[in-house]
Design a protein around this ligand. Structure first.
Ligand SMILES: [Zn+2]
Length: 504
């Protein structure tokens, strides 16, 4: 069987004001027939990072609310994953939309965000000329039945599908404020509202990457490529468990002209520095940005991780043999859970200081990841995924760098700091939100495939351990999306729900 990695092209459908209505039926169909929906946003800014990382989660929520009221969503990526029946493997049909948006009210746009977006190919001319207009806060009557962003959001709720995001708290707050209603004052009310809005559950792939997949790093691009690599290995070994496969529609007619094909990987040869930037390898960003002399190439980082892992395994094996020769009964391998804690926050905090020193991530001697449990002479590294025999080289070649996630979330880099070494040869096109949503969906489906139980109904993707848990930077516990006994739903939300479920 051929792995799809090496030649996969992802069609991203470009939605803007002049084709929004034309594409409406297709988008709705994709949403309604999907098994789950992954979203991603590009924002005009986030405000002070410090506030976003406040110790108190209630304070964090307030800070994000403030950002959502004063900033705007510039584009929205929607990736609809539909699981196909009657296939031996887990196969999904994937449709990816990238919506260019234009908030019609005044909003703040942060200079670093502009700089970052432009460097990554965001087209502001197109946004102002062709952005799909929307206003924030509560409904303003009249337009609740038209084809607009608010109605699209309502359709998303009506579909009752699992919703998947990467580091999703900020996205959720912005989506609520921009396309749904005024944000409630209290976090408890917000989570109560969300639990009713998305009864099939909200899933955060950053949380899943940290706590279920347990990769060495959890930023979007790394997690995506690591999933792809692991899936590839599974495919190569064949046999036992299910693998993940994706299919895309072949579009015809007018649709064709709206599509941008994003190569997932093209096997092109390595350019740029070969020494990995430790900070970038751990956090997915580095304060030196494009002027960093070290490599920010995720493919290279991943390759080296794999090598380090293999070397360690080899060494450990030798050591174990020696030990076993001395004393009988060597202990089991690899039961140690990853010692990695989300230490991204420290990284983010550094941003405020505007560091320019070439600080190395805590990982010791040239080791890219800082995930060792302290005091262990033989770190068992992060090896939770089925690591198989030799380094499969399927899709493991050097891929073209993809720009890092621009979800602007605090532990992913802030926009200004995020421009990687590859920023100069930036990705063309303005479909980052769409592609990021695609990557998010990929991580989720891979995790479902990996963790899925064969006896389960195959019609939907499930990751019960991660349901309704949003990742919180610097916290070991996630934010639970629940309606607690003490929290009420907001008035605006209750009103909207009546409309969503057609009681009007
Ligand atoms: Zn760097």
């Amino acid at each position: 069987m051929l792995a799809m990695t090496s030649s996969m092209m992802v069609p991203v459908i470009d939605v803007q004001n002049n084709n929004f209505k034309e594409l409406w039926p297709a988008m709705l169909l994709a949403i309604k027939t999907s098994s789950f929906i992954a979203l991603d946003t590009e924002l005009s800014g986030l405000g002070t990072r410090k506030a976003l990382l406040a110790e108190s989660i209630e304070d964090r929520y307030k800070a994000i609310c403030h950002a959502a009221r004063t900033r705007s969503v510039l584009s929205l990526g929607i990736a609809c994953y539909k699981k196909l029946e009657n296939k031996a493997d887990d196969t999904y049909l994937v449709q990816v939309y990238n919506l260019t948006l234009l908030c019609t009210e005044e909003y703040i746009i942060e200079p670093q965000s502009v700089q970052f977006l432009v460097q990554h190919g965001f087209d502001f001319n197109k946004q102002y000329a062709q952005g799909i207009p929307y206003y924030k806060g509560n409904d303003k009557g009249g337009d609740v039945h038209g084809q607009n962003m608010r109605t699209l959001f309502v359709e998303l709720l009506r579909a009752r599908k699992p919703l998947v995001l990467h580091n999703g708290l900020i996205d959720m707050v912005f989506l609520y404020q921009c396309f749904y209603a005024h944000l409630p004052e209290r976090l408890g009310t917000f989570t109560a509202d969300l639990s009713e809005m998305f009864p099939a559950g909200i899933f955060d792939t950053k949380y899943a990457t940290e706590y279920e997949l347990r990769f060495a790093a959890s930023y979007l691009e790394y997690a995506y490529k690591k999933c792809k690599l692991e899936n590839c290995k599974l495919v190569e070994v064949g046999g036992s468990g299910p693998h993940l496969f994706l299919e895309f529609c072949s579009y015809s007619g007018n649709m064709r002209s709206y599509i941008d094909y994003r190569p997932c990987s093209d096997g092109s040869s390595q350019e740029g520095p070969l020494d990995i930037c430790l900070r970038f390898s751990a956090y997915g960003w580095c304060p030196n940005g494009s002027s960093c002399p070290m490599s920010h190439n995720t493919d290279l980082i991943l390759q080296q991780d794999e090598k380090v892992k293999a070397d360690k395994r080899r060494k450990r094996k030798q050591k174990r043999k020696q030990k076993a020769a001395q004393e009988v009964g060597s202990h089991e391998e690899d039961c140690v859970p990853s010692g990695k804690k989300p230490c991204l926050e420290e990284g983010s905090a550094v941003l405020d200081v505007g560091v320019s020193d070439a600080v190395t991530a805590p990982g010791a001697e040239g080791e890219p990841m800082n995930d060792q449990p302290q005091g262990e002479e033989e770190p068992s590294n992060v090896e939770r995924t089925p690591t198989l025999a030799d380094e499969g080289n399927c899709g493991n070649g050097v891929h073209k760098p993809q720009a890092a996630s621009a979800d602007g979330t605090p532990d992913d880099p802030p926009p200004a700091a995020k421009v990687g070494a590859e920023g100069k040869k930036a990705e063309g096109g303005t479909h980052r939100a769409g592609f990021d949503a695609f990557m998010t969906g990929y991580i989720f489906s891979f995790a479902c495939t990996l963790k899925g139980r064969p006896d389960e109904s195959s019609s939907d993707a499930r990751l019960p351990e991660c349901q309704n848990k949003l990742y919180l930077s610097g916290k070991s516990v996630p934010l639970h999306i629940v309606k607690s006994t003490f929290s009420k739903s907001s008035k605006a939300h209750t009103h909207k729900m009546e409309m969503v479920w057609g009681k009007n």
